[in-house]
Design a protein around this ligand. Structure first.
Ligand code: SF4
Length: 390
C-alpha cells in the first residue's frame, strides 16, 4: 500500500508565524504549476503505480485557493495513473474564507471524504495577531459548507501557547470547534520560527510568548477538555472522536510508504521493489519552484535529494515516530520490521527512562513501549536516551 501527498504552495498572503514555503500567485502561475504536477504524477506512476493507494492528502499552502478546473485536472491525473483502493481516506486542507461550493463539488466528485480546516483560534485578537485572513464566523461557515457537501469527517487545526492567549481562550476554541462538528483536532503549540514577523515582534518585545509553565497549563487544560468532549488523544498533538483518527498521519508515524508530489514534497519509499519496509529511501524534492517546474517542462523528474536509510537510523526512526503515538510502539511491530527486539537494541535506554518515570512497558495483551504522561510532555529529552545508545 502507498500513501500519496500532493503539495500546493500557494497562499493569499503570509501568516505572521509561518515559515513554510508558500507564495501568492495568479491563475496562470497556478496553472503552470498544476501542469508540472500532472507531469510528475505520470513520471512517478511509472515506478509506483503497482502499489494501491489507501490514503491521499492534499496539503499546502492553501489547496482551497486552487481553481477547481485546475484541481480537477490534477486529481484526474492521480486517478488515471494510480489505483485508489476502495475505502481510501482522502483529505484536503482548506482555509476558511477561501472555501467555495464549486471547489468542494470538484473535490468530492474526485473522492475527497475528509476536510482539514485551518482555524487556529476562536478569538478575533488571536487570529489578527497570527495574521490569519479569516474570523471565526468564516470558520463556522466553512464547517457548514463542508457538511452541506456530505463531508462529516472534519479536522480543525488549533494552536496554543500564543501571545495574549489565556487557558480559557484555548479551551473555548476547542469547545467551539467540537460544537461546530469537528471529528478530529490537531492542536499544536506555537513555534516561533526565525525570519517570521512574529519572531521579530517577540525579539523587539512587542509580543510576549507564554513561558513553559503557562504553555504546559494550556496543554493540560486542552487534553482534559477534549477528553470531556469525547475526543481521544492518540498522538502528541492529535485528538479524534472514536473511529476518526487520521489514517494518513498514522501512516507517517508507523513508517508506511508515502510518495510526496510537488515542490518541496518529501517521500518515504521502498529502496527496491522487493525491499522489506525497514529498507527505504527518503526523497526530498527541490524547494525551488522554478527548478521544479523547469525540469518537468523538460519531461524529467525535478531535482531531489535521495538518501538511503541505514538500519540503525531506521530503528531510531521507528522508536521516535512510534513514541509520538499515545498507544506507543508494539514490541512485536519493531521486531517484525527490524528482525531484532527492542530490548536487544535499546535495553539500556528503556531501563533508564522507565526508572525516571518517562517510559512504561505495559504487558497487557501485547507488550508495548509507551511514554508516560510526563514522558509525552518532554518527548525530545526522552528520545535523546535512545540516540545515546547508538
Ligand atoms: S495559510 Fe498556512 S501555509 Fe499559508 S501562510 Fe498561513 S500558515 Fe502558512
Amino acid at each position: 500500500m502507498l500513501s500519496l501527498y500532493l503539495h500546493f504552495p500557494f497562499c493569499k498572503r503570509k501568516c505572521f508565524y509561518c515559515d513554510f514555503f508558500s507564495m501568492a500567485a495568479e491563475r496562470a502561475e497556478i496553472a503552470a504549476y498544476c501542469a508540472a504536477l500532472e507531469k510528475e504524477i505520470s513520471l512517478m506512476a511509472g515506478k509506483y503505480a503497482h502499489m494501491p493507494v489507501d490514503t491521499v492528502f492534499i496539503g499546502g499552502g492553501t489547496p482551497s485557493i486552487v481553481p477547481e478546473s485546475l484541481m480537477d485536472g490534477v486529481l484526474a491525473a492521480v486517478r488515471n495513473h494510480f489505483t485508489i483502493a476502495e475505502g481510501a481516506e482522502f483529505t484536503s486542507e482548506a482555509n476558511p474564507g477561501t472555501l467555495r461550493d464549486g471547489w468542494l463539488n470538484t473535490m468530492v466528485a474526485n473522492g475527497m471524504n475528509r476536510l482539514s480546516i485551518g482555524v487556529q483560534a476562536q478569538q478575533e485578537h488571536l487570529l489578527k495577531l497570527l495574521g490569519r485572513m479569516h474570523d471565526f464566523p468564516m470558520a463556522l461557515a466553512a464547517f457548514a459548507m463542508a457538511k452541506k457537501h456530505g463531508i462529516t469527517n472534519i479536522n480543525a487545526d488549533a494552536m496554543f501557547g500564543l501571545p495574549k492567549q489565556g487557558v480559557s481562550d484555548y479551551v473555548e476554541t476547542l469547545r467551539a470547534l467540537a460544537d461546530a462538528g469537528a471529528t478530529h483536532l490537531s492542536a499544536y503549540a506555537l513555534q516561533v520560527e526565525e525570519g517570521t514577523l512574529l519572531a521579530a515582534q517577540v525579539a523587539e518585545g512587542t509580543l510576549r510568548v507564554p513561558n513553559q509553565d503557562e504553555t504546559a497549563d494550556m496543554l493540560e487544560a486542552g487534553i482534559s477538555s477534549l477528553s470531556n468532549l469525547g475526543f481521544e488523544r492518540y498522538e502528541i498533538s492529535n485528538y479524534a472522536r472514536p473511529g476518526f483518527a487520521c489514517r494518513h498521519n498514522i501512516g507517517y508515524w508507523t513508517q508506511k510508504h508515502y510518495l510526496g508530489l510537488g515542490v518541496s514534497a518529501a517521500s518515504h519509499l521502498p529502496a527496491s521493489p522487493d525491499a522489506t519496509p525497514a529498507v527505504y529511501t527518503r526523497r526530498q524534492n527541490t524547494h525551488d519552484i522554478k527548478q521544479y517546474m523547469a525540469a518537468l517542462a523538460e519531461g524529467v523528474l525535478p531535482p531531489a535529494s535521495v538518501t538511503g536509510v541505514a538500519a540503525k537510523e531506521a530503528m531510531f526512526e521507528t522508536v521516535m515516530l512510534g513514541l509520538r503515538m499515545v498507544q506507543g510502539l508494539r514490541y512485536a511491530d519493531f521486531a517484525a520490521l527490524h528482525g531484532q527486539t527492542l530490548q536487544a537494541v535499546y535495553g539500556e535506554a528503556i531501563r533508564k527512562l522507565t526508572n525516571e518515570g518517562l517510559l512504561e512497558t505495559p504487558c497487557v495483551n501485547e507488550p508495548r513501549l509507551m511514554l508516560t504522561a510526563r514522558g509525552l510532555a518532554v518527548q525530545n529529552t526522552a528520545l535523546m536516551a535512545f540516540l545515546q545508545e547508538d
